[in-house]
Design a protein around this ligand. Sequence first.
Ligand code: GUN
Length: 288
Amino acid sequence: MAAKILDGKKVAEEIKTSLKEEVTRLKARGLTPGLAVVLVGEDPASKVYVKQKEKACEEVGFASQVYRLPEDTSEESLLQLINELNDDRAVHGILVQLPLPGHLDANQVIQAINPAKDVDGFHPFNVGRLAAGLAAPVPCTPRGIIHLLEAYNIPIAGRHAVVVGRSNIVGKPLAQLLLARDATVTVCHSKTGNLTSFTRTADILVAAVGRPRLITRDMVKLGAVVVDVGINRLPEGMVGDVDFEAVREVADYITPVPGGVGPLTIAMLLRNTLEAALAGQGGGPPGE
Ligand code: GUN
């Protein structure tokens, strides 16, 4: 029997509907959540993602500003913009779209962001808090994946989760979140030998490496939950890191590409921004 689809688009719409209501209440109290997005250069995929973020902010009633800076922007002027945004009381969240052009040091830039406004959860202060099990803004894609699993009542505790990919954006923080929910976690990556021997033991298999259709049917255990974070633009269209048509025959649940994890990432960015706005007002702590 074919796997059930984890419908990220639907779940993200539900989140946005409830955020919209919350924003209406906050605005009546004089608080409009504000997000500043910084895009440097012309990376085509980044331009699409930033546009999607801008549109989502508009949809839920946030005040969003997008700063589109030229490819040759100096580190000094980028850091100066971040300082200004750090000082701007109307800006509750700051997101610098990655990857940055090669002459800019992403670590320096991320560390310049006030950790309280770090809605990506990439600042080392927040990375450390997450690892220590303390309240922190959680990186949007991993938070979205956990939300999606929970929305479908998929148990995590006691299960073997295999994360393929060790990026700071997805793999590492997702491993932390799964561990915190009592999964047994294996992190695989490009140097892992005999990848199949690991993926075949996964109850929950997450592919986040950016290699089109890397995960084939023979790599998946019967009844597994398969989450595809890949967004690969090929001449024939967008495909994930999972061979969807073949793997859906063996998995119990699977995310489609597009319409799986992607919409959740944006919904969680909105949620992180709203939580940063509330925390800035003495509201509740951030957290899942
Ligand atoms: N590039 C790809 N994913 C992300 C993300 O979640 N945040 C930022 N800032 N850049 C990205």
